[in-house]
Design a protein around this ligand. Structure first.
Ligand SMILES: [Zn+2]
Length: 216
């Protein structure tokens, strides 16, 4: 049994081959008149009526699309298929002068990172801060580290404040335990589940639990 991945790789290899062969064929001889268009794989006829949006001052509208080979920045050899070009020009109303630049994987990655960035502009910065703060937990606290944790407790990011509480739990000195217990004691009652004090109290309680388990 072939895996999907193998099958996709085969299809891709086949397309690359076909596009290369078609390119050569169209370049080497004037076969344009001989070809029975519909029967050529990797080639799609242009529907001129659907290309009216294109500015054709610079040249004739082509008669057909052919599979185009291109190399993505990542090094991947790809084919922009005639079918995809036809869709791009005639359905999406893209330009007939467009050329494919990035492979599917790179476009997908770009789309995802853009979506993440627009959803949460500080995402990368926060991740860095969390990593830095977590690293503090692995050593004994000095004044600088303690100051950093105090600063993190005032952060605009709740998740960073929670990490600060976790770091305090890892240190587990009498000072930290007193502070954690104060968080727990300040846990608000009532229905407002989104308040920070509740989240802080829960994180502190968890840290104290871990400490107690570690001592056993
Ligand atoms: Zn790529």
């Amino acid at each position: 049994m072939k895996s999907n991945k193998q099958r996709r790789a085969e299809i891709k290899a086949h397309r690359l081959e076909r596009a290369a062969a078609l390119e050569v064929r169209l370049r080497t001889r004037d076969v344009r008149r001989e070809i029975v268009w519909e029967s050529v794989p990797g080639l799609e006829l242009v529907d001129k009526a659907r290309l009216e949006h294109c500015n054709t001052l610079y040249g004739e509208v082509p008669h057909f699309y052919i599979d185009r080979l291109f190399t993505c920045n990542c090094g991947a050899e790809e084919v922009w298929t005639a079918k995809q070009q036809k869709w791009w020009c005639e359905v999406a109303q893209g330009s007939i002068y467009s050329r494919a630049v990035r492979c599917y994987a790179c476009r997908k990655a770009q789309r995802e990172s853009r979506a993440a960035a627009s959803m949460y502009p500080g995402a990368n910065l926060l991740r860095e801060e969390v990593t830095r703060l977590r690293a503090l937990a692995t050593a004994k606290p000095n004044a600088a580290a303690q100051a950093e944790v105090e600063a993190a407790l005032q952060s605009k990011w709740r998740s960073l404040r929670v990490v600060a509480i976790e770091v305090m739990g890892c240190w587990g000195g009498p000072e930290q335990i007193a502070q954690l217990e104060a968080f727990v004691a300040a846990r608000p009652r009532g229905q407002n589940y989104r308040v920070w004090e509740r989240e802080a109290a829960d994180a502190a309680a968890k840290a104290l639990r871990h400490l107690a388990e570690a001592k056993q």
